[in-house]
Design a protein. Structure first.
Ligand code: 2RA
Length: 348
């Protein structure tokens, strides 16, 4: 559901690339997109409009649609016996809906009284696999995070906005006097409150209490739920940067006791879904431009905090449309499918 969106397009690639455990795949979207043909598993499949009947005979539905669409349609699908894996924010904090990252809390997927499993927000997902591995060994006590979020987090409109703004400023002298980029770009700021080309925008999402953004609240609340740490202190600032795809975050993580870089390196080097790419002397650290299109969470710049032997500093980077959205959704669906295949699906 949501097959024609930015995440939907990546989902079609992922379903075509991963072990094919599925029978029929139906592509659903809004009536506006019905009739289009999209390729999945090497076949052209016609997109059909979302209706109640479209869920007849379906075992698992993967939703990537706005919150209000999920809020309305996920329960309708679940009432028809479908397990819904939902990538919206509608159910993530519902106590009766598990919020699952297969590398961190796979067991949670089985307890789903509403028939819905939630997929975390892409910003949380871009760091949580690495953090989950460190938490399992060291016990997390506090998190301070800043994000550097790609424009595709705001969907196709975000990508189109950055591309069109870049075409207006590329090759010019702009960016040297106050307001010159803003004047060149005009009112076309798309889903962002300020120009994003040649800029950094300290805002993502909508306004919440006391000046916090919805995106910042998601990182805090979702990290707590996934890690099973309901009172974890989390300080987070979310920032949009002129990158098409791959979110990055700087992380200051404080643990129960003293930590060593060698110990952390060992954990991260062997954690499933994590790649440690960290040799600054050789100029090696992950960047969005190199990470885009890949599946793991990449970690670099691993250091022990200068003034706290219980804390680590790290830079994490991951494709926000793959692990940050479609891939994690597909992995959850595979876990659900494995319940009926006795594990074969998840192992493939
Ligand atoms: C963003 N995390 O990057 C959001 C999308 N889910 O805008």
């Amino acid at each position: 559901m949501g097959a024609t969106g930015a995440v939907g397009a990546v989902m079609l690639q992922i379903l075509s690339q991963r072990a094919d455990i599925w029978g029929e795949i139906r592509l659903l979207a809004s009536p506006r997109s019905a009739g289009r043909k999209l390729a999945v598993r090497g076949e052209e499949v016609e997109v059909t409009a979302l209706t109640e009947d479209a869920f007849d005979g379906v075992d698992i539905a993967m939703f990537d649609v706005p919150d209000e669409v999920s809020a309305q349609w996920a329960p309708i699908a679940a009432a028809r016996g479908v397990v819904v894996v939902d990538n919206s924010g509608a159910f993530r904090m519902d106590a009766d809906v598990p919020l699952v990252v297969p590398e961190v809390n796979p067991h949670a997927v089985r307890i789903r009284p509403r028939g819905i499993v939630a997929n975390p927000n892409c910003t949380t997902l871009s760091m949580i696999v690495a953090l989950g591995a460190l938490h399992a060994e060291f016990g997390l006590r506090e998190l301070v995070v800043s994000s550097y979020q790609a424009v595709s987090g705001a969907g196709r409109a975000g990508v189109e906005t950055l591309r069109s703004q870049l075409s207006l400023v590329a090759g010019t002298e702009l960016g040297t006097t106050p307001g010159d980029v803003r004047r060149a770009v005009g009112e076309e700021t798309g889903p962002f409150p300020e120009p994003v080309a040649l800029n950094v925008v300290p805002w993502a999402g909508s306004l919440r209490e006391d000046g916090w953004s919805s995106e910042e609240m998601k990182v805090r609340d979702e990290s707590r739920k996934i890690l099973g740490l309901p009172t974890l202190p989390v300080a987070v600032t979310c920032v949009r940067v002129p990158v098409i795809t791959s979110h990055a975050l700087t992380v200051h993580a404080r643990f129960q006791g003293e930590v060593t870089v060698d110990g952390a390196r060992e954990i991260l080097a062997t954690a499933p879904g994590v790649v440690l790419f960290d040799d600054p002397a050789a100029g090696e650290f992950p960047t969005p431009a190199d990470v885009v299109g890949t599946d793991p969470t990449w970690v670099g710049r691993l250091r022990r905090a200068l003034d706290d032997p219980t804390a680590l500093e790290l830079f994490v980077c991951g494709d926000n449309l793959r692990k940050g959205a479609a891939l994690n959704t597909a992995q959850i669906a595979e876990l659900v499918a494995a319940e009926v295949t006795g594990g074969a699906a998840a192992r493939e």
